[in-house]
Ligand binder design. Structure first.
Ligand code: PRP
Ligand code: URA
Length: 214
């Protein structure tokens, strides 16, 4: 279940996703449970973002007879998690698509300027020929998402999607303006950003809550 709520923005409103997201927002949730839920929602969002992958027919033999059966066409997907918080999402998605390739993008947000600072980038060499799904649970100012997508496009990526758990209207507007070709998938769109660039009501700092670093 997913709805295109504005051009290029899809909200995955499946009840399981919404229920798990509510559990994650609760400030009493343990680090372990938060990470586990992120992983589970990753699986559910992966199901939606891959819904329209192209299929081709392959000749196989069942125990009864030969048939032409559908398999996913083309090269394997690339998942591109933005570190750190994208990694638990990645784990869930790789459970569903274990043969996908992975492009790790290390970015952190400077707490004063809110600009993204890159510290790591490693991608498969042929991303130009593959669909790339960028993963980051939080789309706040969108500085991290736009920096990651800029970098992937510099390396030749042409077919990209962005998957997050929570988005702020400000981040959606910026990402759509900078990269109108990239469809955004999110479980929810929250009210606004606060003065520190945090999504409100949000769920706090996703990386810290996932790894117990605060
Ligand atoms: C968080 C989050 C996103 C980014 C979103 O990362 O995981 O990557 O902020 O904010 P933006 O849309 O305003 O750029 P953070 O910089 O805290 O790094 P971390 O995941 O390593 O904690
Ligand atoms: N990054 C987070 O982890 N949470 C926010 O609310 C904004 C950016």
């Amino acid at each position: 279940m997913a709805k295109e709520v504005q051009p290029g923005v899809v909200v995955v409103d499946h009840p399981l996703v919404q229920h798990k997201l509510t559990l994650m927002r609760d400030k009493q949730r343990s680090t372990y449970s938060f990470r586990q839920l992120m992983n589970e929602i990753g699986i559910l969002l992966c199901y939606e973002v891959t819904r329209d992958l192209p299929l081709e027919l392959r000749d196989i033999e069942t125990p009864l007879e030969a048939m032409k059966a559908p398999v996913i066409a083309g090269k394997k997907l690339v998942f591109a998690p933005i570190l750190r918080a994208g990694t638990a999402f990645l784990d869930g998605m790789l459970e569903l698509v274990p043969s996908a390739r992975v492009a790790h993008i290390g970015l952190y947000r400077d707490p004063k300027t809110l600009q993204a600072v890159e510290y790591y980038f490693k991608a498969p060499p042929d991303i130009a020929d593959r669909q790339v799904i960028v993963l980051d649970p939080m789309l706040a100012t969108a500085n991290s998402a736009t920096a990651a997508i800029d970098r992937l496009k510099e390396r030749g990526a042409k077919d990209l999607r962005f998957v997050c758990l929570l988005a702020a209207p400000e981040g959606i507007a910026k990402l759509r303006a900078e990269h109108p070709d990239v469809i955004i998938y999110t479980a929810a769109i929250d009210s606004h950003l606060n003065d520190h660039g945090y999504i409100v009501p949000g769920l706090g700092d996703a990386g810290d809550r996932m790894y117990g670093t605060k």
